[in-house]
Design a binder for this molecule. Structure first.
Ligand code: SPV
Ligand code: MG
Length: 543
Protein backbone atom coordinates (compact mmCIF):
# COMPACT_ATOMS: atom_id res chain seq x y z
CA UNK A 1 0.00 0.00 0.00
CA UNK A 2 1.27 3.47 -0.79
CA UNK A 3 0.46 6.61 1.18
CA UNK A 4 -0.37 10.08 -0.13
CA UNK A 5 -1.02 13.34 1.66
CA UNK A 6 -3.18 16.17 0.41
CA UNK A 7 -1.74 19.53 -0.57
CA UNK A 8 -2.79 22.62 -2.46
CA UNK A 9 0.52 24.17 -3.43
CA UNK A 10 4.20 23.49 -4.04
CA UNK A 11 5.05 24.04 -0.38
CA UNK A 12 2.65 21.33 0.82
CA UNK A 13 3.89 18.99 -1.90
CA UNK A 14 7.50 19.52 -0.85
CA UNK A 15 6.66 18.80 2.78
CA UNK A 16 4.86 15.61 1.70
CA UNK A 17 7.94 14.53 -0.19
CA UNK A 18 10.23 15.44 2.70
CA UNK A 19 8.27 13.16 5.03
CA UNK A 20 8.50 10.15 2.77
CA UNK A 21 5.00 9.97 1.33
CA UNK A 22 4.93 8.18 -1.98
CA UNK A 23 2.72 10.74 -3.67
CA UNK A 24 0.78 13.99 -3.35
CA UNK A 25 -3.01 14.32 -3.52
CA UNK A 26 -3.85 17.57 -5.26
CA UNK A 27 -6.92 18.10 -3.12
CA UNK A 28 -9.94 19.94 -4.50
CA UNK A 29 -11.03 20.67 -0.96
CA UNK A 30 -7.63 22.19 -0.04
CA UNK A 31 -7.31 24.16 -3.27
CA UNK A 32 -10.83 25.58 -2.84
CA UNK A 33 -10.19 26.44 0.81
CA UNK A 34 -6.89 28.12 -0.05
CA UNK A 35 -8.83 30.31 -2.52
CA UNK A 36 -11.44 31.06 0.13
CA UNK A 37 -14.29 29.50 -1.86
CA UNK A 38 -16.48 26.42 -1.26
CA UNK A 39 -15.44 23.02 -2.61
CA UNK A 40 -18.45 23.09 -4.93
CA UNK A 41 -17.17 23.35 -8.52
CA UNK A 42 -16.73 27.10 -7.99
CA UNK A 43 -13.13 27.19 -9.21
CA UNK A 44 -12.56 26.17 -12.82
CA UNK A 45 -10.52 23.37 -14.33
CA UNK A 46 -7.75 25.90 -15.04
CA UNK A 47 -7.50 26.78 -11.34
CA UNK A 48 -7.16 23.15 -10.29
CA UNK A 49 -4.77 22.40 -13.12
CA UNK A 50 -2.49 25.32 -12.23
CA UNK A 51 -2.37 24.22 -8.60
CA UNK A 52 -1.66 20.58 -9.48
CA UNK A 53 1.04 21.58 -11.94
CA UNK A 54 2.79 23.73 -9.35
CA UNK A 55 2.86 20.71 -7.04
CA UNK A 56 4.13 18.38 -9.76
CA UNK A 57 6.84 20.88 -10.70
CA UNK A 58 8.03 21.09 -7.12
CA UNK A 59 8.56 17.40 -6.34
CA UNK A 60 9.90 14.16 -7.75
CA UNK A 61 7.06 12.02 -6.38
CA UNK A 62 3.83 11.52 -8.39
CA UNK A 63 0.89 13.86 -8.06
CA UNK A 64 -2.61 12.40 -8.13
CA UNK A 65 -5.10 15.12 -9.04
CA UNK A 66 -8.56 15.26 -7.54
CA UNK A 67 -10.53 16.27 -10.63
CA UNK A 68 -13.99 16.33 -9.02
CA UNK A 69 -16.56 15.28 -11.63
CA UNK A 70 -14.24 15.97 -14.58
CA UNK A 71 -15.48 19.59 -14.70
CA UNK A 72 -18.51 18.90 -16.88
CA UNK A 73 -19.52 16.06 -19.15
CA UNK A 74 -17.43 13.63 -21.21
CA UNK A 75 -16.34 16.44 -23.56
CA UNK A 76 -14.83 18.33 -20.65
CA UNK A 77 -13.17 15.12 -19.46
CA UNK A 78 -11.30 14.70 -22.76
CA UNK A 79 -9.70 18.11 -22.50
CA UNK A 80 -9.10 17.67 -18.79
CA UNK A 81 -7.12 14.45 -19.30
CA UNK A 82 -5.01 15.98 -22.08
CA UNK A 83 -4.18 19.01 -19.96
CA UNK A 84 -3.39 17.19 -16.72
CA UNK A 85 -1.32 14.55 -18.49
CA UNK A 86 0.67 17.22 -20.35
CA UNK A 87 1.27 19.02 -17.06
CA UNK A 88 3.10 16.01 -15.64
CA UNK A 89 0.32 14.76 -13.39
CA UNK A 90 0.58 11.01 -12.80
CA UNK A 91 -3.10 10.24 -12.28
CA UNK A 92 -6.52 11.88 -12.24
CA UNK A 93 -9.38 10.92 -9.99
CA UNK A 94 -13.01 11.52 -11.11
CA UNK A 95 -16.04 11.09 -8.88
CA UNK A 96 -19.45 9.84 -10.03
CA UNK A 97 -21.47 12.83 -8.84
CA UNK A 98 -23.37 15.40 -10.89
CA UNK A 99 -21.63 18.57 -11.97
CA UNK A 100 -21.59 20.97 -10.14
CA UNK A 101 -20.61 18.88 -7.14
CA UNK A 102 -20.31 19.72 -3.46
CA UNK A 103 -17.75 18.29 -1.06
CA UNK A 104 -18.61 14.78 0.11
CA UNK A 105 -18.97 15.93 3.71
CA UNK A 106 -21.72 18.44 2.92
CA UNK A 107 -24.81 16.64 4.24
CA UNK A 108 -27.91 16.00 2.17
CA UNK A 109 -26.74 17.32 -1.20
CA UNK A 110 -24.97 14.36 -2.74
CA UNK A 111 -26.44 13.56 -6.16
CA UNK A 112 -24.97 10.68 -8.14
CA UNK A 113 -24.54 10.61 -11.91
CA UNK A 114 -26.08 7.64 -13.72
CA UNK A 115 -23.80 4.65 -14.20
CA UNK A 116 -24.10 5.09 -17.97
CA UNK A 117 -23.02 8.73 -17.85
CA UNK A 118 -20.00 8.01 -15.65
CA UNK A 119 -18.95 4.99 -17.72
CA UNK A 120 -18.93 7.34 -20.71
CA UNK A 121 -16.58 9.68 -18.86
CA UNK A 122 -14.18 6.85 -18.01
CA UNK A 123 -14.13 5.70 -21.64
CA UNK A 124 -13.48 9.29 -22.75
CA UNK A 125 -10.66 9.65 -20.23
CA UNK A 126 -8.93 6.38 -21.11
CA UNK A 127 -9.13 7.10 -24.83
CA UNK A 128 -7.83 10.64 -24.38
CA UNK A 129 -4.61 9.77 -22.52
CA UNK A 130 -1.45 9.68 -24.61
CA UNK A 131 0.98 7.74 -22.42
CA UNK A 132 0.50 4.22 -21.13
CA UNK A 133 1.44 5.15 -17.56
CA UNK A 134 -1.23 7.78 -17.08
CA UNK A 135 -3.75 6.50 -14.58
CA UNK A 136 -7.49 7.12 -14.22
CA UNK A 137 -9.02 6.52 -10.82
CA UNK A 138 -12.82 6.19 -10.67
CA UNK A 139 -14.27 7.42 -7.38
CA UNK A 140 -17.49 5.91 -6.12
CA UNK A 141 -19.68 8.20 -4.04
CA UNK A 142 -22.54 5.74 -3.47
CA UNK A 143 -21.80 5.31 0.25
CA UNK A 144 -21.46 9.10 0.64
CA UNK A 145 -24.86 9.61 -1.00
CA UNK A 146 -26.52 7.09 1.33
CA UNK A 147 -26.77 4.10 -0.99
CA UNK A 148 -26.10 0.54 0.21
CA UNK A 149 -22.85 -1.29 -0.42
CA UNK A 150 -24.52 -3.24 -3.24
CA UNK A 151 -24.82 -0.02 -5.25
CA UNK A 152 -21.10 0.71 -4.70
CA UNK A 153 -20.25 -2.82 -5.89
CA UNK A 154 -22.47 -2.49 -8.99
CA UNK A 155 -20.75 0.76 -9.89
CA UNK A 156 -17.26 -0.61 -9.22
CA UNK A 157 -17.85 -3.46 -11.64
CA UNK A 158 -19.11 -1.14 -14.36
CA UNK A 159 -16.25 1.33 -13.93
CA UNK A 160 -13.58 -1.37 -14.03
CA UNK A 161 -15.15 -2.78 -17.17
CA UNK A 162 -14.99 0.69 -18.74
CA UNK A 163 -11.23 0.78 -18.11
CA UNK A 164 -10.72 2.46 -14.73
CA UNK A 165 -7.20 1.66 -13.48
CA UNK A 166 -8.21 1.90 -9.84
CA UNK A 167 -11.30 2.71 -7.82
CA UNK A 168 -11.62 5.02 -4.86
CA UNK A 169 -14.37 4.04 -2.46
CA UNK A 170 -15.31 7.00 -0.32
CA UNK A 171 -17.13 6.50 2.97
CA UNK A 172 -18.38 8.95 5.61
CA UNK A 173 -19.14 6.34 8.26
CA UNK A 174 -17.09 7.03 11.44
CA UNK A 175 -15.94 3.42 11.48
CA UNK A 176 -15.60 3.01 7.73
CA UNK A 177 -18.19 0.24 7.99
CA UNK A 178 -19.39 0.51 4.40
CA UNK A 179 -15.85 0.46 3.06
CA UNK A 180 -14.99 -2.63 5.13
CA UNK A 181 -18.03 -4.46 3.81
CA UNK A 182 -17.21 -3.38 0.27
CA UNK A 183 -13.64 -4.71 0.59
CA UNK A 184 -14.89 -7.99 1.99
CA UNK A 185 -17.33 -8.49 -0.86
CA UNK A 186 -15.45 -7.13 -3.85
CA UNK A 187 -13.42 -9.24 -6.24
CA UNK A 188 -10.50 -6.77 -6.13
CA UNK A 189 -9.68 -6.77 -9.84
CA UNK A 190 -8.06 -3.33 -9.67
CA UNK A 191 -6.40 -1.52 -6.76
CA UNK A 192 -8.68 0.13 -4.19
CA UNK A 193 -7.97 3.64 -2.91
CA UNK A 194 -9.41 5.05 0.34
CA UNK A 195 -9.65 8.46 2.02
CA UNK A 196 -10.14 7.89 5.76
CA UNK A 197 -11.08 11.48 6.64
CA UNK A 198 -14.23 10.34 8.48
CA UNK A 199 -12.70 7.29 10.15
CA UNK A 200 -9.31 8.51 11.40
CA UNK A 201 -8.82 5.64 13.86
CA UNK A 202 -7.99 3.19 11.12
CA UNK A 203 -4.26 2.48 10.78
CA UNK A 204 -2.25 2.08 7.62
CA UNK A 205 -1.40 -1.49 8.67
CA UNK A 206 -5.07 -2.37 9.05
CA UNK A 207 -6.00 -0.86 5.69
CA UNK A 208 -3.18 -2.78 4.08
CA UNK A 209 -4.38 -6.01 5.65
CA UNK A 210 -7.86 -5.31 4.25
CA UNK A 211 -6.37 -5.18 0.74
CA UNK A 212 -6.27 -1.39 0.22
CA UNK A 213 -3.48 -0.31 -2.17
CA UNK A 214 -3.49 3.45 -1.66
CA UNK A 215 -4.49 5.60 1.31
CA UNK A 216 -4.93 9.34 0.97
CA UNK A 217 -4.68 11.62 4.02
CA UNK A 218 -6.51 14.28 2.10
CA UNK A 219 -6.60 17.49 4.12
CA UNK A 220 -4.82 17.12 7.45
CA UNK A 221 -1.93 19.35 6.30
CA UNK A 222 -4.15 22.35 5.62
CA UNK A 223 -6.15 21.80 8.79
CA UNK A 224 -2.89 21.71 10.78
CA UNK A 225 -1.73 24.92 9.11
CA UNK A 226 -5.00 26.69 9.91
CA UNK A 227 -4.81 25.63 13.57
CA UNK A 228 -1.18 26.78 13.83
CA UNK A 229 -1.84 30.11 12.09
CA UNK A 230 -4.86 30.74 14.32
CA UNK A 231 -2.73 30.18 17.43
CA UNK A 232 0.10 32.35 16.12
CA UNK A 233 -2.04 35.27 14.98
CA UNK A 234 -4.12 35.17 18.16
CA UNK A 235 -0.94 35.38 20.19
CA UNK A 236 0.63 38.21 18.19
CA UNK A 237 -2.61 40.22 18.35
CA UNK A 238 -2.82 39.72 22.11
CA UNK A 239 0.87 40.29 22.93
CA UNK A 240 1.64 43.17 20.61
CA UNK A 241 4.89 41.45 19.67
CA UNK A 242 6.05 38.27 18.04
CA UNK A 243 8.45 37.33 20.83
CA UNK A 244 6.29 34.56 22.24
CA UNK A 245 5.64 32.83 18.95
CA UNK A 246 9.23 32.68 17.74
CA UNK A 247 10.05 29.34 19.32
CA UNK A 248 6.93 27.69 17.88
CA UNK A 249 7.24 28.86 14.26
CA UNK A 250 9.57 27.59 11.55
CA UNK A 251 12.84 29.52 11.34
CA UNK A 252 13.51 31.58 8.22
CA UNK A 253 16.36 29.21 7.41
CA UNK A 254 13.91 26.34 6.91
CA UNK A 255 11.82 28.46 4.56
CA UNK A 256 14.88 29.37 2.52
CA UNK A 257 15.60 25.66 2.19
CA UNK A 258 12.03 24.96 1.09
CA UNK A 259 12.30 27.73 -1.50
CA UNK A 260 15.37 26.03 -2.92
CA UNK A 261 17.89 28.75 -2.09
CA UNK A 262 20.77 26.23 -1.83
CA UNK A 263 20.06 25.07 -5.40
CA UNK A 264 19.84 28.66 -6.57
CA UNK A 265 23.23 29.45 -5.08
CA UNK A 266 24.76 26.39 -6.68
CA UNK A 267 23.31 27.35 -10.04
CA UNK A 268 24.60 30.91 -9.71
CA UNK A 269 28.05 29.58 -9.05
CA UNK A 270 27.86 27.43 -12.16
CA UNK A 271 26.04 29.68 -14.60
CA UNK A 272 25.64 33.29 -13.51
CA UNK A 273 28.08 35.50 -15.36
CA UNK A 274 28.48 39.16 -14.67
CA UNK A 275 28.23 40.98 -17.96
CA UNK A 276 30.79 43.51 -19.07
CA UNK A 277 34.56 43.19 -19.22
CA UNK A 278 36.28 40.53 -17.09
CA UNK A 279 37.10 41.43 -13.53
CA UNK A 280 40.39 40.81 -11.85
CA UNK A 281 40.44 40.99 -8.06
CA UNK A 282 43.48 42.01 -6.05
CA UNK A 283 43.32 41.29 -2.34
CA UNK A 284 45.66 43.41 -0.21
CA UNK A 285 46.88 41.14 2.55
CA UNK A 286 50.50 42.10 3.14
CA UNK A 287 50.26 43.83 6.49
CA UNK A 288 50.46 42.27 9.91
CA UNK A 289 47.98 42.80 12.71
CA UNK A 290 50.34 42.56 15.61
CA UNK A 291 49.82 46.24 16.36
CA UNK A 292 46.14 45.70 17.13
CA UNK A 293 46.30 44.68 20.79
CA UNK A 294 43.23 42.44 20.81
CA UNK A 295 44.35 40.60 17.67
CA UNK A 296 47.88 39.91 18.79
CA UNK A 297 47.18 36.41 20.12
CA UNK A 298 45.31 35.34 17.01
CA UNK A 299 47.49 36.88 14.36
CA UNK A 300 50.99 36.62 15.75
CA UNK A 301 51.98 33.55 13.70
CA UNK A 302 49.83 34.03 10.63
CA UNK A 303 48.61 36.84 8.44
CA UNK A 304 44.90 37.65 8.50
CA UNK A 305 44.41 35.98 5.13
CA UNK A 306 45.19 32.64 6.77
CA UNK A 307 43.03 33.26 9.83
CA UNK A 308 40.59 30.41 10.40
CA UNK A 309 36.96 31.56 10.51
CA UNK A 310 34.91 28.52 11.47
CA UNK A 311 36.90 26.01 9.47
CA UNK A 312 37.88 28.09 6.44
CA UNK A 313 40.56 30.69 6.04
CA UNK A 314 39.47 34.27 5.61
CA UNK A 315 41.02 34.28 2.14
CA UNK A 316 39.10 31.18 1.15
CA UNK A 317 35.86 32.79 2.30
CA UNK A 318 36.73 35.89 0.28
CA UNK A 319 37.47 33.77 -2.80
CA UNK A 320 34.11 32.01 -2.43
CA UNK A 321 32.18 35.26 -2.10
CA UNK A 322 34.00 36.67 -5.12
CA UNK A 323 33.27 33.51 -7.12
CA UNK A 324 29.58 33.78 -6.20
CA UNK A 325 29.68 37.23 -7.73
CA UNK A 326 31.34 35.84 -10.86
CA UNK A 327 34.89 36.97 -10.07
CA UNK A 328 37.33 34.09 -10.41
CA UNK A 329 40.58 35.81 -11.36
CA UNK A 330 41.93 36.53 -7.91
CA UNK A 331 45.41 37.59 -6.80
CA UNK A 332 46.38 38.05 -3.17
CA UNK A 333 49.36 40.20 -2.23
CA UNK A 334 51.08 38.79 0.82
CA UNK A 335 53.80 40.10 3.10
CA UNK A 336 53.89 39.12 6.74
CA UNK A 337 54.24 35.32 7.09
CA UNK A 338 53.43 34.94 3.43
CA UNK A 339 54.27 31.23 3.45
CA UNK A 340 51.14 30.58 5.53
CA UNK A 341 48.86 31.82 2.73
CA UNK A 342 47.53 29.32 0.22
CA UNK A 343 44.12 29.04 -1.35
CA UNK A 344 42.89 27.00 -4.29
CA UNK A 345 42.45 29.09 -7.39
CA UNK A 346 44.06 32.21 -5.92
CA UNK A 347 47.36 33.53 -7.29
CA UNK A 348 49.76 34.58 -4.56
CA UNK A 349 52.13 37.53 -5.11
CA UNK A 350 54.63 38.44 -2.43
CA UNK A 351 55.52 42.02 -1.58
CA UNK A 352 58.98 41.46 -0.15
CA UNK A 353 59.09 45.08 1.02
CA UNK A 354 55.89 44.75 2.99
CA UNK A 355 57.42 45.86 6.29
CA UNK A 356 58.47 49.25 4.92
CA UNK A 357 55.87 49.87 2.23
CA UNK A 358 52.12 50.48 2.07
CA UNK A 359 49.16 49.20 0.11
CA UNK A 360 49.99 51.25 -2.97
CA UNK A 361 53.33 49.47 -3.27
CA UNK A 362 51.60 46.09 -2.77
CA UNK A 363 49.24 46.89 -5.63
CA UNK A 364 52.15 47.73 -7.89
CA UNK A 365 53.83 44.43 -7.01
CA UNK A 366 51.16 42.53 -8.94
CA UNK A 367 52.55 41.57 -12.35
CA UNK A 368 50.59 43.04 -15.27
CA UNK A 369 48.63 45.13 -12.82
CA UNK A 370 51.55 47.51 -12.83
CA UNK A 371 52.52 47.06 -16.47
CA UNK A 372 50.21 46.43 -19.41
CA UNK A 373 46.81 47.96 -18.72
CA UNK A 374 44.84 45.05 -20.15
CA UNK A 375 41.12 45.14 -20.75
CA UNK A 376 40.03 43.79 -17.40
CA UNK A 377 38.39 45.83 -14.71
CA UNK A 378 40.33 45.68 -11.46
CA UNK A 379 38.63 45.17 -8.12
CA UNK A 380 40.90 46.03 -5.19
CA UNK A 381 39.85 44.91 -1.73
CA UNK A 382 41.29 44.69 1.74
CA UNK A 383 42.34 41.32 3.08
CA UNK A 384 40.56 41.71 6.42
CA UNK A 385 37.03 41.72 5.02
CA UNK A 386 34.20 39.26 5.09
CA UNK A 387 31.41 40.15 2.70
CA UNK A 388 28.35 38.99 0.80
CA UNK A 389 28.55 38.27 -2.91
CA UNK A 390 25.64 40.70 -3.32
CA UNK A 391 27.80 43.60 -2.24
CA UNK A 392 30.33 42.74 -4.95
CA UNK A 393 27.56 42.32 -7.53
CA UNK A 394 26.23 45.75 -6.60
CA UNK A 395 29.66 47.29 -7.07
CA UNK A 396 30.21 45.49 -10.39
CA UNK A 397 27.02 47.06 -11.74
CA UNK A 398 28.74 50.45 -11.65
CA UNK A 399 30.32 51.49 -14.92
CA UNK A 400 32.23 54.43 -13.43
CA UNK A 401 35.99 54.63 -14.01
CA UNK A 402 36.62 54.54 -10.29
CA UNK A 403 33.97 53.43 -7.78
CA UNK A 404 34.33 52.72 -4.09
CA UNK A 405 31.88 51.00 -1.74
CA UNK A 406 30.66 53.37 0.97
CA UNK A 407 28.61 52.17 3.90
CA UNK A 408 26.10 54.86 4.81
CA UNK A 409 24.90 53.02 7.89
CA UNK A 410 27.88 53.15 10.19
CA UNK A 411 29.03 56.73 10.31
CA UNK A 412 27.45 57.30 13.67
CA UNK A 413 29.58 54.65 15.37
CA UNK A 414 32.51 55.86 17.34
CA UNK A 415 35.94 55.92 15.88
CA UNK A 416 37.86 54.35 18.72
CA UNK A 417 38.56 50.83 17.44
CA UNK A 418 42.03 49.32 17.47
CA UNK A 419 42.37 50.76 14.00
CA UNK A 420 40.69 53.97 12.97
CA UNK A 421 38.22 53.84 10.16
CA UNK A 422 38.48 55.14 6.65
CA UNK A 423 35.65 57.61 6.30
CA UNK A 424 34.27 59.32 3.23
CA UNK A 425 32.95 62.75 2.43
CA UNK A 426 30.59 63.05 -0.52
CA UNK A 427 30.37 66.17 -2.66
CA UNK A 428 27.04 67.94 -2.48
CA UNK A 429 25.44 65.44 -0.10
CA UNK A 430 23.18 66.79 2.64
CA UNK A 431 24.03 66.31 6.29
CA UNK A 432 24.80 62.63 7.01
CA UNK A 433 21.70 62.09 9.11
CA UNK A 434 19.30 63.34 6.44
CA UNK A 435 17.39 61.14 4.01
CA UNK A 436 17.50 62.10 0.39
CA UNK A 437 16.88 60.84 -3.13
CA UNK A 438 19.68 60.19 -5.58
CA UNK A 439 17.71 60.17 -8.84
CA UNK A 440 19.96 57.42 -10.12
CA UNK A 441 23.20 59.44 -10.06
CA UNK A 442 26.05 58.06 -7.98
CA UNK A 443 27.49 60.60 -5.55
CA UNK A 444 31.05 61.79 -6.02
CA UNK A 445 33.63 61.27 -3.29
CA UNK A 446 35.36 64.51 -2.31
CA UNK A 447 37.53 63.13 0.50
CA UNK A 448 38.51 59.70 1.76
CA UNK A 449 40.74 58.65 4.66
CA UNK A 450 41.14 58.34 8.40
CA UNK A 451 41.60 62.03 9.03
CA UNK A 452 38.02 62.94 8.14
CA UNK A 453 36.16 63.56 11.36
CA UNK A 454 33.24 61.24 11.99
CA UNK A 455 31.03 64.32 12.40
CA UNK A 456 31.42 65.50 8.82
CA UNK A 457 31.61 62.06 7.20
CA UNK A 458 28.81 60.71 5.03
CA UNK A 459 29.88 57.10 5.25
CA UNK A 460 32.62 54.59 5.81
CA UNK A 461 34.87 53.21 3.08
CA UNK A 462 34.14 49.48 3.06
CA UNK A 463 37.48 48.53 1.52
CA UNK A 464 36.42 47.84 -2.07
CA UNK A 465 37.51 49.93 -5.07
CA UNK A 466 36.62 49.08 -8.66
CA UNK A 467 38.57 50.49 -11.59
CA UNK A 468 37.55 50.40 -15.24
CA UNK A 469 40.51 49.78 -17.59
CA UNK A 470 40.72 53.57 -18.05
CA UNK A 471 40.37 54.16 -14.31
CA UNK A 472 43.12 51.67 -13.63
CA UNK A 473 45.42 53.36 -16.16
CA UNK A 474 44.75 56.69 -14.43
CA UNK A 475 45.72 55.16 -11.08
CA UNK A 476 48.96 53.75 -12.45
CA UNK A 477 49.81 57.06 -14.15
CA UNK A 478 49.11 58.89 -10.90
CA UNK A 479 51.42 56.55 -8.98
CA UNK A 480 54.22 56.81 -11.53
CA UNK A 481 54.01 60.56 -11.80
CA UNK A 482 54.14 61.10 -8.04
CA UNK A 483 56.93 58.60 -7.61
CA UNK A 484 59.01 60.24 -10.33
CA UNK A 485 58.32 63.81 -9.21
CA UNK A 486 58.70 63.46 -5.44
CA UNK A 487 59.60 59.96 -4.28
CA UNK A 488 60.35 61.14 -0.75
CA UNK A 489 57.36 63.41 -0.24
CA UNK A 490 54.47 62.36 1.98
CA UNK A 491 51.27 61.42 0.16
CA UNK A 492 48.01 62.54 1.74
CA UNK A 493 47.91 60.80 5.14
CA UNK A 494 51.09 58.75 4.54
CA UNK A 495 54.30 60.18 5.94
CA UNK A 496 56.22 58.85 2.95
CA UNK A 497 55.32 57.96 -0.59
CA UNK A 498 56.46 54.38 -0.06
CA UNK A 499 53.94 53.92 2.75
CA UNK A 500 50.99 55.28 0.80
CA UNK A 501 47.75 53.40 1.36
CA UNK A 502 44.95 52.70 -1.11
CA UNK A 503 42.98 55.65 0.23
CA UNK A 504 46.04 57.92 -0.09
CA UNK A 505 46.25 56.97 -3.74
CA UNK A 506 42.50 57.45 -4.23
CA UNK A 507 42.69 60.90 -2.62
CA UNK A 508 45.57 61.79 -4.94
CA UNK A 509 43.38 60.79 -7.89
CA UNK A 510 40.51 62.92 -6.59
CA UNK A 511 42.84 65.88 -6.03
CA UNK A 512 43.97 65.61 -9.63
CA UNK A 513 40.42 65.79 -10.90
CA UNK A 514 39.53 62.12 -11.47
CA UNK A 515 35.95 61.39 -10.51
CA UNK A 516 35.64 58.70 -7.82
CA UNK A 517 32.03 57.71 -7.21
CA UNK A 518 30.45 56.04 -4.21
CA UNK A 519 28.38 52.87 -4.46
CA UNK A 520 26.35 53.12 -1.31
CA UNK A 521 25.42 50.14 0.86
CA UNK A 522 24.13 49.75 4.37
CA UNK A 523 25.32 46.22 5.14
CA UNK A 524 26.87 43.11 3.66
CA UNK A 525 30.43 43.42 4.92
CA UNK A 526 32.45 43.09 8.08
CA UNK A 527 36.07 43.91 8.72
CA UNK A 528 38.18 42.00 11.18
CA UNK A 529 40.14 44.60 13.09
CA UNK A 530 39.64 43.34 16.59
CA UNK A 531 38.95 40.19 18.51
CA UNK A 532 35.33 41.32 18.84
CA UNK A 533 35.08 41.51 15.04
CA UNK A 534 36.56 38.03 14.79
CA UNK A 535 34.03 36.59 17.23
CA UNK A 536 31.21 38.28 15.37
CA UNK A 537 32.47 36.86 12.06
CA UNK A 538 32.58 33.33 13.48
CA UNK A 539 29.06 33.70 14.86
CA UNK A 540 27.72 34.98 11.54
CA UNK A 541 29.09 32.14 9.45
CA UNK A 542 28.02 29.57 12.02
CA UNK A 543 24.38 30.50 11.41
C1 SPV B 1 -10.57 16.33 -1.46
O1 SPV B 1 -9.55 16.34 -0.76
O2 SPV B 1 -10.92 17.30 -2.13
C2 SPV B 1 -11.40 15.16 -1.49
C3 SPV B 1 -11.38 14.27 -0.37
O3 SPV B 1 -12.11 15.00 -2.44
S1 SPV B 1 -12.62 14.71 0.72
O4 SPV B 1 -12.61 16.12 0.95
O5 SPV B 1 -12.37 13.92 1.92
O6 SPV B 1 -13.89 14.30 0.07
MG1 MG C 1 -12.31 16.68 -3.64
Amino acid sequence: MIRLVGAHDALGAKLAERHGFEGVWSSGFEISTSHGVPDASILTMSDYLAAAQRMADAVDIPVVADCDTGYGNSNNVIRMVRQFEAAGIAAVCMEDKLFPKVNSFTPGRQELASVAEFVGKILAAKNAQRTAEFTVIARIEALIAGWPVAEALRRADAYVQAGADAILVHDKDPAGAGLREFLARWSARVPVVVVPTAYPQVTAAELESLGVKMVIYANQGLRAAVAAMNDTFRRIAADGSTANVESAIAPMRELFELQGMPELERAERDYLRVSGPPVRAIVLSAGDHRDAPSMRQLAVDIPLAALDVNGKSLLQRQAESLAHAGVRDITVVTGYRHEAVACDGVTVVHNAEWATTGEAASLMAVPAAGGAAGEARVLVLYGDLMFDADLVRTLLRSDADVAVVVDRGHVARDNSDDKRRDLVHLAGAPAPDRRFLRSGVLPVVSAIGKSIGADGAHGEFAGFALFSPAGWRALLAQYDRRRTAAPDAPLHEADSFARASLTDLLQALIDDGTSVVAVEVTSGWLEIHSFDDYQRACRLVAR
